[in-house]
Write a protein that binds this ligand. Structure first.
Ligand code: G
Ligand code: G
Ligand code: MN
Ligand code: NA
Length: 254
């Protein structure tokens, strides 16, 4: 309860910050998009990571407020980078299941897109398999609405949840993000090698892009490149960092 009260104060008084982690074309080393990750600059406890407060916020319902704040901060940063003559490609925002199911989400997004001049594909929504799979009828409608707004859809932590291949065919997300648990033991674990190649084959057949998460070693990078998985994210390339640190590395724009 103490945390809940503090979190309400944090949202109100601007203690939340976004850090950005680039997703690279590992072949050329250029940044193709960035993922926004929320942090809490706590006045006493220092920089807190989402694992320490997102679960609390999910229980208290504050996750929707955090989500609304995150979406706006990301759109604002996108506009700022464009004004600076820099472009992140696309900014990806993680959306919680309850915010995804919130009836106000689509209006919120369409207002942000208008207010910040967000172009088609410039904002990506990351959803987990369990989020899209639950209540699939309503999910489909929300996904169609997101797409109608020109947003791009990524399935996060792919492979860790319950999902059917039928939903991939139906949803046609732009991106699958292969969970880092499948990347960790590459290239030594033969099962993971087979699994990752299978996901890549499936995605290629459905014309969906694949991002490998949690790439930490050159051996992982090289295995993935050889398997034709160019889009990679992980500590090998960069950790999540404040926007100002990333600005100089973004492609020039227009
Ligand atoms: O750096 P890392 O500790 O940032 O993130 C841990 C987890 O928190 C990840 O699973 C990520 O998806 C989640 N997360 C990070 N930022 C947000 C956010 O803005 N909203 C939601 N719902 N989850 C987030
Ligand atoms: O669930 P989601 O994919 O949104 O989580 C992103 C999380 O993964 C963030 O906490 C981010 O800090 C973390 N992360 C990013 N790159 C790496 C990496 O190379 N190794 C590990 N262990 N975590 C990573
Ligand atoms: Mn993510
Ligand atoms: Na993930």
């Amino acid at each position: 309860l103490e945390m809940e009260r503090e979190l309400a104060e944090a949202i109100r008084s601007g203690q939340l910050v976004l850090h950005y982690q680039p997703i690279l074309d590992a072949r050329s080393g250029t940044i193709s998009s960035v993922e926004a990750l929320v942090r809490w600059q706590h006045p006493v406890r220092g920089l807190l990571y989402p694992g320490t407060f997102i679960p609390v916020a999910e229980d208290s319902g504050q996750i929707r407020e955090i989500g609304a704040w995150t979406l706006e901060a990301a759109c604002q940063q996108l506009a700022r980078w464009k004004t600076m003559g820099r472009h992140p490609g696309s900014i990806a925002v993680n959306l919680s299941a309850s915010h995804f199911r919130d009836a106000r989400l689509i209006d919120q997004l369409s207002e942000l897109i208008r207010a910040y001049g967000v172009g088609k594909g410039e904002l990506t929504i990351e959803l987990t398999e369990s989020t899209v799979m639950s209540d699939s009828e309503t999910s489909m409608q929300t996904i169609q609405a997101l797409r109608g707004l020109g947003l791009s859809l990524a399935v996060d932590d792919f492979g860790t949840g319950y999902s059917s291949l039928a939903y991939l065919k139906l949803l046609r997300p732009q991106k699958l993000k292969v969970d880092r648990s499948f990347v960790r033991d590459l290239p030594d674990d033969p099962d993971d090698c087979v699994l990752v190649r299978a996901v890549l084959g499936l995605a290629e057949a459905l014309d969906i892009d694949v991002v490998a998460e949690g790439v930490e070693t050159e051996a992982q990078r090289d295995f993935l490149l050889a398997a034709n998985c160019n889009q990679q994210q992980g500590y090998l390339f960069a950790r999540p960092m404040p926007a100002e640190e990333l600005s100089g590395r973004l492609r020039t724009w227009p």
